[in-house]
Design a protein around this ligand. Sequence first.
Ligand code: FPP
Length: 264
Amino acid sequence: MLKKLIRKNDKAISIYLNERVENAQKEQLPDHIAIIMDGNGRWAKKRALPRVAGHHEGMQTVRKITRFANEVGIKTLTLYAFSTENWKRPKIEVEFLMRLPEEFLNSYLPELMEQNIQVRMMGNIELLPEHTKKAVTKAMEQTAENNGLILNFALNYGSRDEIVQAVKKIALDIQEGNMEINDITENNINSYLMTKDLSEPDLLIRTSGEVRLSNFMLWQLAYTEFWFTDTLWPDFDQECLIEAIETFQKRNRRYGGIKEEETN
Ligand code: FPP
């Protein structure tokens, strides 16, 4: 099975990467990886191509990394594909970005089914163009019974907006007498978020050298390990993901506490 994992021409590299995958699988893998896919525009600029060519290449990386993450044994992969702020981009770029989920899902739905991948989306679906909404809804319905990797697209997603919506729903439930102020707990707030039935990300990756969260999963990332790379998203490959996982496995997650051996 591992032989299938890395499809690189160079056999030596392929064996070397497969060994790293096998070693990573012997330790605790991150259940949930979230990725801020950045650098498509710069990738295109370096090649004197229009920005949208970078987004299109980025879509191929989504395909490659989704397949690989599933094969490695990651349970959930959340990808920041379009933020509530991305509407500010030139109309032509926005239109292109809104066509990508459709192109991706139309081209690769059979492959996603074969790989037992479940497609989900978080974000405000109502504001998406009809064709995008239709493609995403169809993919979510068709893959709903799959129990392999959850591929969760953050599309028209903004964390502050998510929190505002959650606060409004809580206020309404209190107003209507369905709950009391003292019922508000961290778990309860979780249940009002778009990630209510997902685990929190264990590992956050941001590509392209930018080191900020850009309104992404602000509540959910409270105890997440962060990994930043200068690699531009279209150049991100299996080796980058394994490197991120290996770094995660070396981290000492304490959740605000201390390790037992450090108590004296
Ligand atoms: C940020 O790079 C990237 C985006 C806003 C879009 C990300 C979208 C994809 C990777 C493709 C999504 C694919 C599917 C299937 C939904 P940027 O344009 O800001 O890059 P720059 O900082 O170099 O200009």
